[in-house]
Write a protein that binds this ligand. Structure first.
Ligand code: B1M
Length: 211
């Protein structure tokens, strides 16, 4: 395994030019693309997630880091087939029905992609039935729902009930988030987890997949 400390440093600095330079140099020197993704790019984004959760990084830092990782990933992508791309798991995510807020949901999706999850983003105002069909289509490990309105939060429980009726609930872990959502609410509706921000969502998804 190579030393990716400079690459990780460039990710933390949000320096996408340096990040792409270091990626191309390492590839030219024969570094394994898979190793670079998992030990370089994904490892860097994990640190970014932890720093965001700890309050040491803010949204702009996270966006710059995510851009650096995305650009480096674009350089690596042609050298990897889909089956070779290291993936931590599959996540279907969406903002629940009646709710158009998507800034937080998009950040969470970006965090998850950055560390190596395959994310299927259903967008906003996602009807209950759409979550169910998406689970059938994409066979995810995790279903994530976001809500920013107290009036749309109850829909999360409807999605869980619909997944249960369709006998799909045992195949997935359900996580919820959004400003008005709490751990207590997540427990009440039978969700498997709650995360207050993007960094915590990474840790939560990794923990759930280890169970
Ligand atoms: Co809206 N809005 N809004 N709004 N809006 C709120 C949510 C509100 C609290 C403002 C207020 O009154 N103080 C209030 C809700 C009140 C309530 O329900 N108690 C409100 C309202 C009332 C409304 C409208 C009804 C206003 C109206 O039309 N009368 C309307 C709703 C329309 C609808 O959805 N049907 C509306 C519309 C809008 C805009 C379109 C103008 C815009 C949304 C633009 C967009 O998203 N594309 C908007 C905005 C921007 C906000 C505020 C100001 C900011 C939300 C945001 O983006 N925060 C918001 C006030 C606030 O929250 N302070 C407000 C930044 C974002 C990074 O944080 O989304 O919390 P957040 O995401 C975090 C975490 O929550 C977590 O991680 C993210 C990253 O750290 N997280 C998850 C989120 N989803 C997660 C999922 C996970 C895990 C973690 O797992 C799956």
């Amino acid at each position: 395994m190579s030393d990716y400390s400079n690459l990780i440093q460039a990710i933390l600095e949000g320096n996408y030019v340096r990040c792409v330079e270091l990626t191309n140099e390492a590839l030219d020197e024969g570094a394994s693309p898979q190793d670079m993704v998992s030990s370089g790019l994904q490892a860097g984004m994990l640190i970014v997630g932890d720093k965001f959760s700890a309050g040491d990084f803010f949204i702009p830092d996270m966006l710059l880091a995510a851009r650096a990782v995305t650009r480096a990933m674009e350089a690596i992508r042609p050298r990897l087939s889909d089956s070779e791309m290291p993936t931590l798991g599959r996540v279907v995510i969406g903002t629940v029905s009646g709710d158009i807020h998507d800034i937080g949901k998009n950040l969470v999706a970006m965090f998850l992609r950055g560390v190596g999850f395959e994310v299927f983003d259903l967008g906003t105002g996602v009807p209950v039935a759409r979550f169910v069909t998406a689970v059938k289509e994409h066979n995810p490990d995790i279903v994530g729902m976001s809500a920013l309105l107290t009036t749309t939060m109850p829909d999360m429980q409807h999605v869980i009930a619909a997944l249960d009726s369709a006998a799909l609930l045992s195949q997935v872990k359900v996580i919820v988030g959004g400003a008005p959502v709490t751990q207590r609410f997540a427990d009440q509706i039978g969700a498997d987890g709650y995360a207050p921000d993007g960094g915590a969502t990474i840790s939560l998804c990794r923990k759930l997949l280890e169970e």
